[in-house]
Design a binder for this molecule. Sequence first.
Ligand code: C5P
Length: 234
Amino acid sequence: MGKDVIVACDFAGAAETFAFLDRFSGRKPFVKIGMELFYAEGPEIVRQIRRRGHRIFLDLKLHDIPNTVKKTMSVLRDLDVDLVNLHAAGTRRMMEAALEGLTRPDGTRPMLIAVTQLTSTDQTAMEEDLWIREPLELVVLHYARNARDAGLDGVVCSPLEAAKVHEACGAGFLTVTPGVRFADPGRAPDDQKRVMTPAEAKRVGSDYIVVGRPITAAEDPVAAYERCLREFCG
Ligand code: C5P
């Protein structure tokens, strides 16, 4: 897997999702299916998008006891997606169990990455709500090392953290980064607090960028997707 743009299909249902994907005619972007769409439509939406020839990041962020996560991962394994994720906060044991569940009898498996701290969690929320007193950046790196030690392939993180994660966990450890916005004057970052352009994300070494609204809400989503590709992969 090389550098690529993953399009976050944050739509409420199948009809809207397919109308969006149809606009790409021959192109097959790598797509992210999140909780909203998955819970609305069930696993069939994954199979349908797969049949259309897209690579899929199934963003369900599992977090439960190791046995439950292991058994759930073996269900997701059979959906034949490319990338799945979980919360590193579930502990190393949970991550190891997840890998066991995800691995097929022939040894192949989808890639597995961990969420360290959500980009919506800031230092204050972490200290006051979670009672974690260390600096946010150290917590992110600690969770990333846990994920690496458990055998995972990488983490979801802010593009601002990508270089540090590579330093701590090795260049081959994947950084998948949301929080991407074009450098257009007057363009609001929506609810993303810390953003980078696709070109900046490339410079700091992100392996994949996850882009939602800058593509899905664009007047011409295909042009916006191509611009992302040019800036990030070009
Ligand atoms: O529309 P936008 O580009 O902000 O979409 C970013 C996508 O990445 C959304 O699907 C969001 O849920 C996801 N994401 C995120 N921050 C994280 C993890 C996932 O924005 N830390």
